[in-house]
Structure formats: C-alpha cells, structure tokens
Write a protein of this length. Structure first.
Length: 477
C-alpha cells in the first residue's frame, strides 16, 4: 500500500476576497464561480422538456418550465404556457428535467491512507454540483470548522457547490482511535458539544459507533431544543434503543444495526463485523425484523441508504464511476483494494449486500422514510457526483421504480431537511434547483448520469466545466 499522501492547497484556485456580484436571478456569483456558469439571465424558459417532478408522479412530456429570478414561475404544456418576452429560451426536446438532488450522507473528506482523511472541499463541492446535487447534508465532520466555512463561502457565491446542511463533528466515545475525533466523557460532555457547535452554526448532529445511550439521549435532546436533528452510524446503541431515545435518522440502512447480535451488551459495540454478520444471517420475514421496521416507522425514524460505499467492498460488483478524477496515487490505491475484494472467496459482503438491500426495500414498502447518500469514505472509490447518480441506480437495482428512487433522492431528502417548501420537487413558486438530463430516467435509470445542465437558484452551471477543473487532481485540493 502506498504511503499516506500529503495534502497541499493550490494557491490561487479560489480567492477568498473575490467580489460576489448580484446576478439577474438574485443569487451571488463571485469571480471563482463565474467560469462555470453558462446561464445567468433573469428569465429562462425550458421548452419541450419532459418533467419528472420528484413527487413520484408520472412524467409530463412536451412541457415548458419558466424560471424567473431564481424561482419557478410557470409549468405546463409547451402549447399553452406563454414564454415571457425577453426570456432566454432553451429547446430541450428529448431531454428531461428533474429536481436538484438532495443527498444526506455526503462528506468533504476522503480516505488517503490508514486512519487518514484529506479535506477535499474545493474538488468535492464542484463534483457534487456537477452531478446534480444542489442540496446536501454532510454526514459527519472531521475538519472542525471546515464544513461551516465551505457552506458560508458557497452561500456567499465565493465557491461553486450545493447548499450544505453542515453537521457538527462526530459525537463519539472511546474506541474509534482516530485523533481527529473527540472522545466523549459523559452525557454532560455531549451536551456541551451540541451547545458549542450549534452556536457556531452547525445544523445537524451525527452520533457514532461507541456512544453510550446516556450520551446519545443528551445529544438528541439538546439538539431538539435547538431545532437540530440527530442521525447516527451506530453500533454500541441498537436501532431500537436509538429510536426510543428519539433519534431522527439512522445511517447505512440496516448495515450498521446491531439489534440482531444475540449476545449484544448494553452500550458496548460488538464490532462492525459481528453486527454485519448478524444482519446477513437474519430472515427478513422474521418477527424480529418486522417488529424493528414497525417500530422505526411508528417513531418516525428515517433510514439513509448508502449502497455505493458497500458496493466497493463486494466481489462481483463493477468499478465505481468517476475514478479518473482522482490523482494517480489515490486511483492506484483504490484499484488495489478493489482487486483484493474481487479475489476474496469468503467476503461477508457477498451475502450482506443483497440482504441489506432487501431490508431497505422492505422498510420503504412498509411506509418508512428512505433517504439516500453516498458516504465517500470506506476504502475509497466513492466519488462525489458520480456516486450520487450511482446511488439512485442502486435503489432501482434493489427494487424501487425509477420514479420512486428519484423521489427518495429529491423530495424525501428535502422533506427530512425541512426544505420541501423550497426545493425537492418541481412546482410553481419553488426555488429553481433543476437538473437537465439527456434522455428519460423514468424508463432508463442510467440516463441519470447524462447531466447536461444544473440550475441552482436559477443559475445554470456547466457540469463538464466543473468536472474538467478537477479531473486528475482530486486528492490535491
């Protein structure tokens, strides 16, 4: 394995003092963002386009969508909607428009070696936007104020990227052994962390594998006082326990559940391997599974699917998309790990991946709130933007219809984040966060990869330019 990489910043990539000028659409665009913008006019008409609105409704063909000053002003048949005088008109015959993706387990860091994570905010924020992600939650922060700073820079128009729901640093107890992660000492310490980071601007909380029930309860309650939701990649606390404590969301579908470990001890993580082995062995039709799913739904606990990261561990799965954007060292490092996984004759993921996917679909079919994200960590290979599209494909491969998977990746995420009144579906009055696709993902889900234009607040970004700016450089900035 190659040595841990030294992360360097590219001087001059972004000027923090670059003036952000108001645009006709009402957003802010600074000098560092301007090169990626192709449409910046007060009124834009998307004509003869297929509208997939994110609600799960059937697509509407030959539609016109009028965007005025960053918001959707009209939607309807191209033969009936009047295009305003002076509008920039785009003929999108044969293309589809979907809502901007709302993804809820994203990161701005990436593994570069054992226990080492590089902060790649510049390249990752561009790749997310290029892939159609216009809103995202960071699912855990290892860079202190990093996510908050990036969010504010994007909001000011100094950097291109999605709107960010910035998660505070991990709420974790002893056992992870990563120097970047604070180890909680007790429930009072958990409350102090929530108090401090919420006062600094964090808008989500993430509990991790070695937290105790008392610490988790303290964090959840303290967050709820401030209107902040808590999610968790758990192990020491079971899903059923966390639901009873009031947690809002659980990460990685059922991959992280330790509810089925027969000798599970309170507040002790039995190890990810033990938990995953128990999930792989469980009968989806058993009372244990059905009662857990029922309780999660009754307590309004959402589940986030992150199949992209687990696919990279599983023999027989294809190489993930987007590897060409990595620097050669990181690309080679992942290739070695991928090749080793393919050679494994006894990989637990061969049984675990299909079982966990079935449980996610069962949860969804029972009426549970399913969300989706990518988690660009693990052994690498999960590339922002590309993997967000792949995550939607995997939901369909698991058993959701294309329209259901698109809704999970748009309106469900927006609803969970409390932004459904602004984003997540295509409707008059909503913010013009839109993705233009070549083709029809309602019938061919792989058309979700064919992004030709991304609108954020009515400003049109060129995905090819965003990707070209980082291709072969991700790992450096």
């Amino acid at each position: 394995m190659r040595a841990t990489l030294c992360v360097v910043a590219f001087a001059g990539l972004v000027s923090a003092s670059a003036a952000a000028q108001p645009t006709p659409a009402g957003a802010q665009i600074g000098n560092a963002v301007r090169p990626y913008v192709t449409i910046d006019t007060p009124i834009v008409a998307l004509t003869h386009v297929r509208v997939i609105d994110g609600t799960g409704a059937a697509p509407r063909t030959d539609q016109t969508v009028v965007v005025e000053h960053g918001r959707i002003a009209a939607i309807g048949s191209a033969s009936e909607v009047r295009v305003p005088v002076g509008a920039q008109v785009l003929d999108l015959t044969g293309k589809s428009v979907i809502p901007g993706l709302v993804m809820v387990h994203e990161h701005l860091f990436y593994p570069t070696g054992p226990g080492a994570y590089a902060y790649l905010d510049e390249s990752f924020s561009r790749l997310y936007l290029a892939g159609g992600v216009t809103s995202m939650r960071t699912g855990g922060d290892m860079n202190g104020f990093g996510d908050l700073g990036v969010k504010r820079a994007i909001d000011r128009g100094e950097k291109p990227g999605p709107w960010i729901d910035a998660t505070a640093p991990y709420l974790e107890g002893p056992g992870l052994n990563l120097p970047q992660v604070h180890e909680l000492t007790d429930a009072a310490d958990a409350r102090r962390m929530v108090d401090f980071w919420s006062s600094m601007g964090a808008t989500s909380l993430k509990a991790y594998m070695h937290i105790t029930r008392d610490e988790l309860k303290a964090a959840i309650d303290e967050g709820h006082k401030r209107g902040i939701k808590t999610t968790g990649h758990l192990c020491s606390v079971t899903y059923r326990e966390a639901a009873a404590l009031g947690i809002d969301n659980l990460e990685h579908g059922f991959f992280a559940a330790t509810d089925f470990v027969t000798d599970k001890k309170p507040d002790i993580c039995p190890g990810q391997g033990a938990g995953q082995a128990a999930v792989a062995a469980v009968d989806p039709s058993s009372d244990a599974v059905k009662s857990l799913i029922k309780e999660l739904i009754q307590r309004h606990v959402a589940l986030t699917s992150t199949l992209t990261v687990f696919e990279t561990f599983t023999p027989g799965r294809p190489l993930p998309p987007g590897l060409d954007v990595l620097i050669p060292e990181l690309r080679d490092q992942f290739q070695q790990r991928y090749d080793a996984a393919q050679r494994s004759a006894r990989s637990p993921y061969s049984a675990l991946l299909p079982k966990a996917r079935q449980l996610e679909v069962d949860f969804f079919r029972a009426g549970g709130t399913l969300l989706v994200g990518t988690d660009p960590t693990g052994g690498g290979g999960v590339i922002p933007g590309y993997s967000n599209q792949r995550a939607i494909e995997l939901l369909v491969e698991s058993g959701l219809t294309p329209l259901e998977a698109i809704k999970v990746a748009t309106l469900n995420g927006a609803t969970y984040l409390g932004r459904a009144d602004r984003v997540g579906s295509i409707a008059v009055g909503k913010q013009a966060d839109l993705v233009v696709l070549d083709g029809d993902p309602s019938t061919r889900i792989d058309d979700i990869r064919k992004v030709s234009l991304v609108f954020k607040q009515g400003i049109g970004y060129d995905p090819a330019k965003l990707i070209a700016s980082v291709r072969g450089k991700v790992g450096l900035f």
